[in-house]
Design a protein around this ligand. Structure first.
Ligand code: 8X3
Length: 252
């Protein structure tokens, strides 16, 4: 039987790659996003398998009506991919813009909770799966990442606790925790500075949206008795920097 995946934030990056991957494998794909022209472009590319749903995930009151407006063909969601998310410009908290910080909370946390809550009864009925995009930032702190990293730590812990709530239902939940992936994500994080974004990836070999889409498809098609709780991925060229010490008399 044909299965249905709903992917939030499907208009770019990991979300768009995931929409392509699932459509290619014969799934019905609902992709949510704010940019209608990008949803239309995906629909033109993927054809009847794809339905673009206008939704700003921060608008939590609009979520139930938007999801319930899906036609019968697309309404029976088997797998929810909570991908919509963003990072504010990398700034230490003492200099960060408060609105940009709260925007992250509304998108990465409130929106994710609201759409998950709305879809859970159907996911339980179909013994489906919730695949949540967290980040290595959930585990490894770095300067300028406080709100973003904390939001991703929320996603990781939410995923683990959701497993407890869903115990016995057959619904699977995974926290997917990637490191550096080359997408528009970094362009948002650098405040739209293409040169700064390019510099982050210069001379390394980052993961791609397709790498993460492959992982998501693999998770969605595992045998039903198997749950991957968390999965952490990094490009080989990214690793860990360790602790730092502030010394008297030093400037940084
Ligand atoms: C972002 C991960 O490594 O690019 O989620 O900061 S990293």
């Amino acid at each position: 039987m044909t299965k249905t995946v709903l992917i939030t934030g499907a208009t770019a990056g990991i979300g768009a790659a995931t929409a392509r991957r699932f459509a290619r494998e014969g799934w019905l794909v609902v992709g949510t996003g704010r940019r209608r022209e990008r949803l239309d472009a995906l629909a033109a590319e993927l054809g009847e398998a794809f339905h673009g749903l206008d939704l700003d995930i921060r608008d939590i009151e609009a979520i139930p009506a938007a999801v319930d407006s899906l036609s019968e063909r697309f309404r029976a969601v088997d797998v929810l991919v909570n991908n919509a998310g963003l990072a504010p410009p990398m700034q230490p908290m003492q200099e960060a813009d408060l609105d940009a910080s709260l925007n992250v909370v509304q998108t990465n946390i409130s929106g994710l909770i609201a759409i998950t809550r709305h879809l859970l009864p159907g996911l339980i009925e179909r013994k489906g799966a919730v695949l949540n995009l967290s980040s290595v930032a959930a585990t490894y702190p770095y300067r300028g990442g406080a709100v973003y990293a904390a939001s991703k730590a929320f996603v990781r812990q939410f995923s683990l606790d959701l497993r407890c709530d869903l115990h016995g239902t057959g619904v699977r939940v995974t926290s997917i925790e990637p490191g550096m992936v080359e997408t528009d994500f970094t362009l948002v994080r650098t405040g739209g500075d293409q040169a700064a974004s390019d510099a982050l990836y210069a001379g390394m070999d980052p993961m791609t949206g397709d790498d993460i889409a492959d992982t998501l498809h693999w998770l969605a098609t595992l045998p039903p008795h198997l749950n991957i709780n968390t999965i952490e991925l990094m490009p080989v060229s990214q690793s860990f920097a360790g602790f730092t010490v502030a010394r008297e008399g030093a400037t940084a």
